[in-house]
Design a protein around this ligand. Structure first.
Ligand code: SF4
Ligand code: SF4
Length: 622
């Protein structure tokens, strides 16, 4: 037998998930972009044998994966944590039907909310749905566990969750991988190793896939029985492992916390949970019996702690560590000091000593940097809308995208941002409350409109609502890095699935809305006049702004620069746009007002020129 050639590759967790899915023979992979999960599908699309596409939203993405599984194909669905809420309806019942081809669900959680509206801990979904879960601690495990997860899915007839977090998704670490599973070494080859690539003829099985009560009741019992078998697997598969060291100190941990524990307390015995639901009850009992003092280190909620408590073992965890935000090595160290595992200046522990107040050197350095709020890019086409909305002083129900930054100073032009696709529903609800003397505006981007804004706009027309719906069409999903959506007419696997371009205006017309305005957001005067007109009309109306994002899919350079002329009276209107190219020069006029200036990052959108009512901004002529 020929020995396999292994290669070491430095991959992010997301790339390693894609490589693992390719190795497992995944045939259909779907998802909706969401940080920190967005890079998995584009990486997988670099291989040749899977159909990899963005879907309109997470629910649809999972539904497609389910259909592929019913057709005996391995399928994968990727999402950020909140996206699983959107897909939770099919997910909860998929847990009852089980699978044919394996289904792996990647949920990438975002502790500390680096780019999210909440920090829900999706490990609870696995318990809620009675679905097994892997938690990798590095990229090598991402690769191995994804392959393994498909096996578990088919062996136990269940979907499987792989729970990532931002640090695991985006950190690079070494993966031991055969070159054939790396896309750049595999440009024109098919993965022929996997038996799951063989075609099977579809047959009907209504007892398994029609969840009418008569069959669903039976399937629920099967799902409960399945959990017992999964717990045996959790105890015996070797995926969960004990690393014995000192028998005085023991730590039960999972995910990225495992890395911090190994760095800070290399002397401690560790029970590493990689298959963390259902928990390995026998392994836990063995560990607790042998090690004198055991605590739990986990990020966010006391998930492991609760599971261990449910088997009658009470250990400390959240009494020592935060229930919010990310853990860091310094926080783990501080917790272990508080738990009496290490002394403050103990040489046995590694990691830098904490400075006063528990802050790391990095924290201290970060504190010294000037504070700056996030802002729209220079020349972002959303700028003019928010500037005009602020002037018109109307309540604005907002949504999730780059444009959420319109809520922050100096624009201050958004009143709510709660979940994807909420804006039009909330605008309808607020208008029904009759609490605002002014007409309400709802605002969302093109990708969000397709994701879940369409349904609430249909509802608004159906229920005769009266508000102004604004769709900011910049022809991309900008916030997550410029992914395609139905309005772009492109997708990740264009050779395998033809994409069609869906026209937003025609969708709105199809709903039966007659008052529709399409405007160029770089024409500030038209933006202001149109908003004013739409907001004084007694109809449900729609404004579509059309201008591509300046960063995606290609960086736009309009080839123009603007400057502020001598004589500027320091009124500050241009600075109220929030354009990062307009800065305070540090000089002051006689009236003590600061003099603005425009730096070389200006892309020449001309919005500030239109806003300066005194005509002190003009294009630089070369
Ligand atoms: S990435 Fe695009 S949409 Fe986002 S702020 Fe920049 S220009 Fe605006
Ligand atoms: S023209 Fe004005 S608003 Fe546009 S990028 Fe330049 S400075 Fe910013």
């Amino acid at each position: 037998m020929q020995a396999k050639t292994f290669h070491t590759a430095l991959l992010t967790g997301n790339e390693a998930i894609a490589a693992g899915a390719y190795k497992a023979g995944v045939r259909v992979a779907t998802g909706y972009p969401g940080t920190p999960s967005s890079e998995i599908l584009p990486y997988l699309a670099r291989f040749n044998n899977a159909i990899v596409n963005w879907s309109i939203n997470e629910k649809t993405a999972l539904e497609i994966a389910i259909g592929a599984s019913i057709g005996y194909k391995r399928s994968m669905f990727t999402t950020k944590h909140v996206g699983l809420n959107v897909a939770s309806d099919p997910f909860m019942t998929l847990a009852l039907t089980g699978v044919r081809g394996g289904i792996v669900i990647i949920t990438a959680d975002d502790p500390a909310m680096h780019s999210s509206q909440n920090e829900q801990d999706n490990r609870f979904y696995s318990k809620f749905a009675k679905v097994p879960m892997f938690e990798p601690s590095d990229s090598n495990e991402c690769f191995k566990f994804t392959d393994e997860a498909f096996e578990v899915s088919e062996s136990f007839d269940t979907p499987v969750i792989i729970r990532m977090t931002t640090r695991i998704s985006h950190s690079k670490s070494v993966v031991h991988i055969e070159p054939v599973y790396l896309p750049n070494m595999n440009l024109n080859s098919e993965n022929k190793n996997n038996s799951y690539l063989k075609e099977k003829i579809y047959i009907k099985d209504i007892e398994k896939f029609v969840m009418a009560p008569v069959y669903a009741r039976k399937r629920h019992k099967i799902a409960i029985e399945r959990l017992k078998k999964l717990q045996e697997f959790s105890n015996n598969s070797g995926i969960n492992r004990i690393e014995y060291n000192s028998l005085d100190f023991g730590i039960i941990t999972s995910g990225v916390s495992y890395q911090y524990v190994k760095e800070i307390a290399p002397f401690a015995s560790v029970l590493k949970l990689s298959f963390s639901y259902p928990v390995p009850d026998l392994l836990i009992k063995e560990f607790v019996k042998r090690v004198k003092s055991v605590i739990i280190v986990e990020e966010l909620e006391p998930f492991i702690q609760n599971e261990i408590s449910s088997i009658g073992i009470n250990l400390k965890g959240k009494e020592i560590f935060n229930r919010f935000g990310e853990l860091t090595p310094d926080m783990v160290k501080e917790g272990l000091i508080n738990a009496g595992f290490i002394k403050k200046y103990d040489n046995k522990s590694s990691g830098k000593l904490l400075s006063k107040g528990g802050l790391s050197e990095l924290d201290n350095l970060l504190k010294k940097l000037p504070q700056r709020l996030p802002a729209l890019c220079s020349g972002c086409p959303h700028t003019s809308i928010f500037y005009a909305l602020k002037k018109l002083k109307v309540p604005v129900m907002g949504d999730i995208g780059c444009y959420t930054l319109g809520a922050l100073p100096p624009l201050n032009a958004m009143d709510s941002c709660i979940s994807m696709g909420l804006a039009f529903g909330a605008a309808q609800g607020l208008s029904l409350s009759n609490s605002s003397p002014k007409k309400i505006a709802g605002i969302m981007g093109d990708s969000t409109f397709f994701h879940s804004g369409i349904t609430s706009l249909i509802d608004a027309k159906y229920n005769n609502a009266c508000f102004t719906a604004i769709i900011l069409d910049n022809s991309t999903t900008a916030m997550t890095g410029g992914q395609d959506h139905p309005g772009t007419g492109k997708n990740l696997s264009p050779g395998q699935v033809m994409s069609n371009k869906i026209d937003i205006k025609r969708v709105v017309e199809g709903i039966g809305i007659d008052e529709i305005y399409t405007i160029d957001p770089y024409d500030y005067n038209a933006v202001y006049k149109t908003l004013k007109k739409a907001l004084s009309s007694k109809n449900l109306n729609v404004i579509i702004t059309k201008r591509p994002c300046i960063l995606y899919p290609v960086k736009i350079d309009l080839g123009k620069k603007f400057k502020i002329l001598e004589g500027c009276n320091g009124c500050g209107l241009c600075m109220q746009t929030g354009c990062p190219s307009i800065l305070n020069s540090g000089k002051f006029l006689d009236n003590n007002k600061p003099v603005p200036f425009i730096d070389s990052s200006c892309i020449g959108c001309s919005i500030c020129k239109d806003i300066c009512v005194f005509n002190f901004i003009e294009e630089i002529k070369s």
